[in-house]
Design a protein around this ligand. Structure first.
Ligand code: F0G
Length: 371
């Protein structure tokens, strides 16, 4: 169905005839008691698994709305975006569906090979820039002002975040209430902004509906569950943590290449989301990211994700260990897992080669290995 049709009343200004959808959204909420146990969390832990979207990341939610709106309104000659990989893959796929050319500016050597291949497979063109993501974004900002007919699909497009906010709608629908805490990785700072927007809007919408509509939708959980809002907990990688440190990073560096960003476009809005929700920003090290990347895959294989996504769970663990959040049986936490594990296989390569060894095609040798 896709998120525009699923939440039709929230996208009244997008024409049915211009909808470009690949069936995004409706991603699973995965209950993760084993991971909770491992980090000493006593409450209920859910993963919002955005890797289940058509191109394998949350970006599809914002891309269906941005591309649909643009196709309906403008004479589009092409789409362009700056990306660490996932925005580019989503732009390439939705652009292909809309039959429009797509160019993706990426930091040369700075994105996972899986995403590079994916962008090319959908038929988009990659322009590699000898610089980091922020340099790509600076160029794209100028394209936005100076090249008419070329639509920029970064999170500054006015319809990106409204699409991404539907993940919060789905969480409220699924839980029948807001979580107490929402943990999320922060890179260009659009997604945390979108979730906060989504929690506030959906809860205001249902609070404003008449009692019979509310009862039909929310049953006994009305009205407390409808009105509650979560604390937004945004986590960056230590080497790319401009918001946590309070200044732009000229040369960001983290193994989580998707969030290797030194000067996020939605910095201010993300800060407002955290402030307003009484949440917090913090950072986690690459070692912690890789530890939780491995742990999620082993303890909850259906939620295996890319390293940047594991930042949310590494953040939760840090908050638990430092006793920064409530940790009771009835505490509800949602961690967004932003992208699927197959997106970024670069980080496995060294490790997986060391773990396997070729042997002769001999029954005896193989049986010995089973012991
Ligand atoms: N997780 C993944 C897997 C991402 O690809 C991104 C951002 C984020 C988290 C951070 O979300 O930017 O909204 O704060 N990726 C962008 C890209 C920058 O180009 O794909 P954010």
């Amino acid at each position: 169905m896709g998120i525009i049709r699923k939440f039709r009343q929230f996208f009244a200004d997008i024409d049915e005839s211009s909808i470009v959808s690949l069936g995004e959204g409706d991603t699973p909420m995965i209950f993760a008691p084993k991971v909770a146990g491992e980090i000493g969390f006593c409450g209920q832990l859910y993963f919002k698994y955005e890797g289940a979207n058509p191109t394998g990341s949350f970006k599809d939610r914002g891309m269906t709305t941005a591309v649909s709106k643009s196709m309906g309104e403008e004479s589009v000659e092409g789409f362009v975006c700056a990306s660490t990989g996932n925005t580019g893959a989503a732009a390439a796929a939705y652009g292909a569906e809309a039959r429009a050319p797509v160019w993706v500016l990426v930091p040369a050597g700075g994105i996972a090979e899986g995403k590079r291949v994916q962008i090319l497979a959908y038929g988009a063109k990659i322009i590699e820039i000898n610089g980091n993501f922020d340099a790509c974004q600076d160029i794209v900002r100028r394209i936005n002002g100076e090249c008419s007919g070329i639509v920029v699909l970064n999170n500054t497009h006015p319809y990106r975040l409204p699409g991404q906010r539907t993940a919060a709608f789905e969480i409220l629908d699924e839980l029948g209430r807001a979580p107490d805490y929402h943990f999320i990785p922060v890179g260009n700072a659009g997604n945390i902004t979108a979730y906060w927007m989504g929690y506030k809007e959906y809860s205001a919408y249902w609070s404003g509906c008449d009692i019979s509509a509310r009862m039909a939708k929310w049953g006994r959980r009305t009205p407390e569950g409808v009105r509650k809002l979560p604390r937004m907990m945004g986590y960056q990688a230590e080497g790319a943590a401009p918001i946590v440190r309070g200044y732009a990073i000229g040369n960001p560096k983290t193994i989580a290449s998707a969030i290797n960003i030194g000067n996020p476009a939605r910095w201010k809005e993300a800060e407002e989301a955290v402030l307003e929700s009484e949440g917090r920003f913090d950072m986690v090290s690459d070692e912690e990211i890789m530890r939780f990347h491995g742990l999620i895959a082993k303890l909850c294989p259906q939620a295996a994700c890319e390293p940047s996504s594991a930042v949310s769970v590494a953040g939760l663990a840090k908050a638990i260990w430092r006793q920064e959040i409530e940790n009771n049986e009835d505490t509800v936490v949602v961690c967004t897992l932003t992208g699927a594990w197959w997106k970024d296989q670069d980080v496995f390569k060294g490790k997986s080669r060391r773990r396997t060894k070729a042997v002769d095609p001999d029954f005896g040798i193989v049986v010995k290995l089973l012991k």
